[in-house]
Design a protein around this ligand. Structure first.
Ligand SMILES: [Zn+2]
Length: 407
């Protein structure tokens, strides 16, 4: 089964994950897909194939050389985003794309146009897999799975390419932030790994945000408004004052690259009580810690003004920048870089403005940068993937395996 055929088969499985269910995998469709993949890996003759009760599927392509070589892994996630349906995905291939508008759905007037998505024009002359405008495509991350399986098949068919032990890992529930939670790093047993879960060809990521959440509860004092002078404390106003203390330009809509932010995500209240929630993000660990301190100081300021206990802060760290775990093993980035260049892909290193499974795995002891899978416009009906990007990603996997063994 060729790369594209494999991808089209994979996206036919509905594996949308869900924040609601509190089980792993979060939806039964992911397990159905995992069982299908397990059978495929068996039929390909891989070894040590295990699928656990949480939907984590591991397998091994044994080394074909005698000298000791590091064991490396390639990882992709089986679920698709809860943001949009992944049921009855009905993709279409636009051959030799000419740069014009692509009508995804005639009746609902859904058009994939270079006007809104100028990156389409980078793929003129290529073959694009697009949706029918009613679902997402699921290239995030079934492209990653198809690329990994196809690269393994390629390595099996080309024994002249020498490689060490390669492990592959497919996990559920990445899109709800839980992909790494039940990933048993010891059982995977690799020196390092790569997630194949980035976007455009060339993407290589090993830096992500440090992340914390903050919840602040403001207590007010409600009194009849006609007799409230010097008595009432309106918690909505107090909460507003607090929000105004935080730097107004350090928000998601005003930042990019390595700039961190405070993001107000909810504000609920009445006179008696108001609750405000923020997420705090920064690539730099020291600045991240400063941001949390700053929030504590503003809460103290509110309490000094309105009385102790008016504002209560709950801070919780969510995840950390993987860079500190990658820096001691920078050769794994160098290898990915060299592999891309060897197959004619220009590496494009950029910081992730979010988290990744790879960051959590890195902190669990498996250094795990992220490599492109090739899709664009993830999580919605405009998602598409150039077939040429998938081929590039597959070539990168093969080349990494080769380079690691050649060292
Ligand atoms: Zn993904």
């Amino acid at each position: 089964m060729a790369l594209v055929e494999r991808f089209l088969k994979y996206v036919s499985f509905d594996t949308q994950s869900s924040e609601e269910t509190e089980v792993t995998p979060s939806t039964p469709g992911q397990m159905v897909f995992a069982r299908y993949l397990k059978e495929e890996l068996e039929s390909l003759g891989l070894e040590d194939i295990t699928l656990d009760e949480h939907g984590y599927l591991f397998a091994t392509l044994p080394a074909n050389i005698d000298k000791p070589v590091p064991s490396i892994g390639f990882i992709a996630h089986m679920d698709t985003s809860p943001d949009m349906s992944g049921k009855d995905v009905s993709p279409r291939i636009v051959q030799n794309y000419d740069g014009s508008d692509i009508v995804l759905c005639e009746e609902e007037k859904v058009v994939l146009s270079p006007e809104q998505f100028p990156e389409l024009l980078d793929h003129k002359g290529e073959d694009l897999i697009v949706t029918n405008g009613k679902t997402l495509l699921g290239a995030d991350d079934k492209a990653g799975i198809a690329e990994i399986v196809s690269a393994i098949v390629y390595l099996k068919e080309h024994p002249e390419i020498k490689h060490g032990k390669i492990r592959i890992g497919f996990n559920p529930d990445e899109e709800i932030g839980l992909g790494a939670h039940k990933f048993i790093v010891e059982k995977f047993g690799c020196d390092w790994a790569y997630t194949m879960d980035g976007g455009e060809a060339g993407e290589l990521e090993f830096e992500n945000f440090n992340a914390a959440s903050a919840k602040i509860t403001f207590k007010g004092r409600n009194v009849h408004p006609g007799y409230a002078k010097n008595k009432m404390i309106n918690s909505i106003r107090v909460a507003n004052r607090f929000c105004a203390m935080l730097p107004g330009h350090e928000t998601p809509e005003h930042t990019e690259g390595y700039e961190g932010f405070y993001h107000l995500i909810s504000f609920n209240g009445d006179v008696e009580q108001t609750t405000v929630a923020y997420i705090i993000r920064d690539h730099d660990r020291a600045r991240f810690e400063t941001r949390k301190k700053e929030m504590e100081q503003f809460v103290q300021k509110i309490n000094a003004e309105y009385g102790e206990g008016t504002a209560k802060l709950e801070l919780r760290d969510q995840y950390y920048n993987m860079r500190e775990k990658i820096e001691p093993v920078m050769h794994i980035i160098d290898t990915a870089f060299a592999a891309m260049e060897a197959v004619g892909v220009k590496p494009n290193v950029k910081p992730i403005r979010g988290g990744t499974d790879g960051a959590q795995l890195s902190f669990k002891g498996l250094p795990c940068p992220n490599i492109f899978a090739g899709g664009l416009n993830f999580h919605g009906r405009y998602e598409f993937i150039p077939i040429q990007n998938m081929e590039k990603a597959m070539n990168v996997i093969v080349k990494i395996a080769e380079l690691v063994a050649a060292k």
